[in-house]
Design a protein around this ligand. Structure first.
Ligand code: LLP
Length: 429
């Protein structure tokens, strides 16, 4: 069920106490509404748990995964709390900088970093590149050489553990395009160690997303630790271990592991291992959570345009669509749909669909709702992989975004106009 930051007061659904009816009236729909308190709470669940268990000489760094929600205001809220950032493009780095956050807390993942992106990252002295192939390693070394600098790197190692999640969002299996194979990683490190413009600082993995159980993550950690030991024996000492993101949230009835429990289990392993083999010399933990920080901190607010019935089904046609929220169309993902104003009338079963000319344009299916045209609906848990995956298909401007901050509502991205959408286009002379 939805988080407590979006809950009913009387019959009205509120965002941290502010009625969504009032927010919709001021900013119109479709509209993304985020809760600053929810973002803060979710980040602190990680940060506080790490503070409790980490070695004082090796404080953990939580690197929020920018791809899950890249609004500048969201980044700034997290940056001000001390968050670092996991990025996968030069564009995401530009966002971190534009938000006024510290690029030296940025780690750069992704299989296809271009020369331009690598240069941009080096100019901004990012914390670490998560290198995903030998070819990329050579490119980073060359560019760092041209710039007369050194690049800090970790290899993203593919530990080949099954994260038991949706195949589209599982990334740590042998057959995935991500990272270097576990068996090849040792040689990759030896190659890197001999390069003049590379400084090896860590090891990284990310095995998948929306994981409910932490067992696969702990297994990945164990596999990486064996590699760290082999490297140490070879004279290659690592300063950090990055276990990736991946912890899931409750969209429907899922029961994901609690963050403090996961962190406690992770540190129990880290501490024991470092005591046993390294005379308690610490290693820094990095994490790259996205969804578990931003996911339940946002909703998509939409207005019912028409109710419609055919031989098979009832439809509620709303003003949000697959271009605003692609997850249902792409993964058949479940998002809970709540009426913003609870009605007394009898419920019927609806498919919630958008106005786009595709049968795949649905947001929810077979939901029991008491609604009529003009009512507002809240599509829950739309803070992660929602606005960031929005498109302009059907020349639909992307939705506006607001953040509720202690009773105040701030517009943090204005709605796109049709003119915005064709501003870069020209007709032939
Ligand atoms: N680090 C790396 C290298 C990643 O590829 C990802 C997500 C993360 C961190 C953050 O993972 P999280 O903590 O959010 O699970 N669009 C899909 C999710 C794709 C996730 C891709 N990688 C969805 O809507 O479910």
């Amino acid at each position: 069920m939805p988080t407590t930051h979006f809950s009913y007061e009387g019959n009205i659904l509120c965002a941290d106490g502010v009625p969504l009816t009032a927010i919709a009236q001021q900013y119109s729909t479709p509209l993304y509404v985020y809760s600053r308190n929810a973002l803060t709470e979710n980040y602190l669940a990680y940060a506080d748990a790490c503070k409790k268990h980490q070695h004082p000489d090796a404080p953990a760094l939580i690197c929020f995964s920018v791809k899950s929600n890249s609004n500048l205001a969201v980044l700034k809220i997290l940056g001000d709390l001390g968050s670092g950032f996991d990025i996968v493009s030069g564009g995401e780095l530009a966002r971190v900088i534009a938000a006024g956050c510290d690029p030296r807390k940025v780690i750069f993942s992704g299989v296809g970093k271009t020369a331009e992106e690598i240069r941009f990252a080096l100019e901004n002295d990012i914390l670490c590149f998560n290198v995903e192939s030998p070819a990329e390693l050579h490119r980073i070394n060359d560019i760092a050489g041209q710039m007369a600098t050194t690049a800090r790197i970790a290899f993203r190692v593919n530990p080949d553990v099954d994260p038991k999640t949706h195949p589209y969002i599982s990334t740590g299996l042998k057959e995935n395009k991500f990272g270097v194979a576990f068996e090849e990683a040792f040689d990759c490190y030896k190659t890197a160690a001999a390069m003049p413009n590379i400084t090896i600082t860590g090891i990284d993995c990310h095995i998948g997303s929306q994981l409910l159980d932490d067992a696969p993550l702990l297994e990945a950690f164990d596999r990486l630790a064996t590699l760290v030991d082999r490297l140490e024996a070879e004279g290659i000492t690592l300063q950090h271990m990055d276990i990736g993101g991946g912890i899931g949230i409750t969209y429907h009835e899922e029961q994901p592991v609690a963050i403090p429990d996961y962190i406690a289990r992770l540190y129990a392993r880290i501490s024991q291992w470092r005591k046993d083999r390294y005379n308690d010399r610490p290693i820094r933990l990095l994490l790259e959570p996205g969804r578990s920080i931003s996911g339940n901190a946002g909703i998509l607010l939409t207005e019912v345009q028409y109710l419609k019935t055919n031989a098979a089904k009832n439809y509620a046609v709303v003003d949000a669509a697959m271009n605003d929220l692609m997850r249902p169309a792409l993964y058949e993902a479940w998002h809970t749909v709540l009426p913003v104003e609870k009605q007394d009338s009898a419920a019927a079963t609806y498919d919630i669909v958008g106005p786009i000319c595709e049968s795949g344009d649905w947001l929810a299916r077979q939901r029991d709702l008491a609604i009529e045209s003009g009512n507002l609906l809240a599509i829950m848990c739309a803070g992660a992989y929602s606005m960031v995956m929005a498109s302009n298909y059907n020349t639909r401007g992307r939705a506006a975004e607001v953040i509720v901050d202690n009773g105040q509502v701030h517009l943090v991205r204005r709605r796109e106009t049709p003119e915005d959408l064709f501003a870069f286009e020209k007709v032939l002379p």
